[in-house]
Design a protein around this ligand. Structure first.
Ligand code: RFL
Ligand code: PHB
Length: 391
């Protein structure tokens, strides 16, 4: 098989890229190691920035999002037993976010790709990338016992943090920077009405908690947990009791509980690989960087990379190589700002026993300053709804 761009990975980065390029008349194939059902079964992000919403619309895949997604104009911060609203819309000059699950975005993009008849290969085994330092890169994989080769002009490594793309780059060509946080998030999904109309981010002496949602009848809740914690040790009852203990009285009293339909633990890390281009290989999304979920930036950042990458490739096929040359620098400029914001939100809201009383007092002062200062609240709002894109 021969295509212009071979995309490795069918997560948000790969699917957005595939759709944008296809609409520009650029031939792609998506090679994914998992089954479609597996990819759709991963419960992850829930908050889309306006820029992400706009792109889904431009791709003609936004109908269900507008029908079922929830537009949020604010978030709530909870500490010292009190909730404080951050009016995102007012503070950001009119911007909002959309609460719509990553699973649904993935679903909509897979449907759009299928309807347009573009190629996707699921359950590809032993996916490998070759010769991206030459003009003839290749992707190989095995499927149903047969070996397959894809010849292409470019490879887009959209295969997430554990993918093969970044791992195929020689160590001497790549620099990585990482921070691992000493805790994880235990999340559950339940068919219960959300405790509040808006997301609640809670800083509590027992640890961080987040009340999020997927719809008016489906909630997504998280509590900070230890890295040694095992999901099996958390019965639904234990989870609900812990969550309740970390909320303000009103939320604790009105929290509706029920059986969980998904429960998982995710570690928190910040990670950036630089550069993001190696000859004819481009990294995009989690393949190049990871942020802790506290700032709700991971998926949005994947889409922001894809915006720059599709622009670069479209320009290339129009006869201009400049976009390809500047791809990495343009992405990283925005990536580091999201890394900073996600780190700051994480440090602000979680319990860090090793930081002692000084750390706790600073955290408290930071929160008090934040809710008491229009300038500080506006900074949070501007970052949360998504920083502007470079022209
Ligand atoms: P993905 O989604 O990991 O997709 C990569 C795909 O590549 C496949 N793959 C391979 N395919 C072929 N060959 C190989 N060798 C391969 N290796 C891997 C994988 O199977 C997969 O299908 O990366 P992508 O596309 O870059 O998307 C990134 C986002 O998924 C991620 O950043 C977000 O989920 C992060 N995130 C959040 N982001 C937000 O913007 N807002 C949020 O509210 C938010 N909440 C979250 C989150 C992530 C979480 N977890 C579990 C880490 C909440 C949580 C709990
Ligand atoms: C989610 O709904 O899964 C979610 C929302 C906000 C975050 C992280 C995750 O910051």
């Amino acid at each position: 098989m021969r295509v212009q761009v071979a995309i490795v990975g069918s997560g948000p980065a790969g699917l957005f890229l595939g759709q944008i390029l296809a609409r520009a008349g650029i031939e792609t194939v998506i090679v994914e190691q998992r089954s479609k059902e597996y990819v759709l079964g991963r419960i992850r992000a829930g908050v889309l920035e306006q820029g992400t919403v706009d792109i889904l619309d431009q791709l003609g895949a936004g109908r269900r999002m507008h029908e079922q997604g929830l537009v949020h104009e604010g978030i709530e911060l909870c500490f010292d037993g009190q909730r404080h609203r951050i009016d995102l819309k007012h503070l950001s000059g009119g911007k909002t976010v959309m609460v719509y699950g990553q699973t649904e975005v993935t679903h909509d993009l897979m449907d759009a790709r299928e309807a347009a008849g573009y190629a996707s290969i699921y359950e590809a085994e032993d996916v490998r990338i070759h010769d991206f330092d030459t003009d003839r890169p290749r992707v190989t994989y095995r499927k149903d016992g047969a070996e397959h080769v894809i010849d292409c002009d470019f490879i887009a490594g959209c295969d997430g943090f554990h993918g093969v793309s970044r791992a195929s780059v020689p160590a001497s060509a790549i620099q990585t920077c990482e921070k691992i946080y000493p805790f994880g998030w235990l999340g559950i999904l339940s068919d219960t009405p959300p405790v509040s109309d808006e997301l609640i981010y809670s800083n509590h002496v027992r640890g961080f908690a987040l009340c999020s949602m997927r719809s008016p009848t489906r909630s997504r809740y998280y509590v900070q947990c230890s890295l040694e914690d095992k999901v099996e040790a958390w019965s639904d009852q234990r989870f609900w009791d812990e969550l309740r203990s970390r909320l303000d009285e009103r939320a604790a009293d009105t929290l509706v509980t029920g059986p969980s339909i998904e429960k998982s633990i995710a570690p928190l890390r910040s990670f950036v690989a630089e550069p993001m281009r190696f000859g004819r290989l481009f990294l995009a999304g989690d393949a190049a960087h990871i942020v802790p979920p506290t700032g709700a930036k991971g998926l949005n950042l994947a889409v922001s990379d894809v915006r720059y990458l599709s622009d670069a490739l479209i320009r290339y096929y129009g006869g201009d190589r400049q976009g390809i040359e500047t791809y990495s620098a343009r992405c990283l400029e925005r990536v580091w700002k999201a890394v900073r914001f996600s780190w700051w939100m994480t440090m602000l809201l979680h319990k860090f026993p090793e930081e002692g009383e000084f750390g706790q007092k600073i955290q408290h002062a930071d929160l008090a300053y934040l809710v008491g200062s229009q300038a500080a609240s506006a900074s949070l709002a501007e970052n949360y709804v998504g920083l502007p894109f470079e022209a």
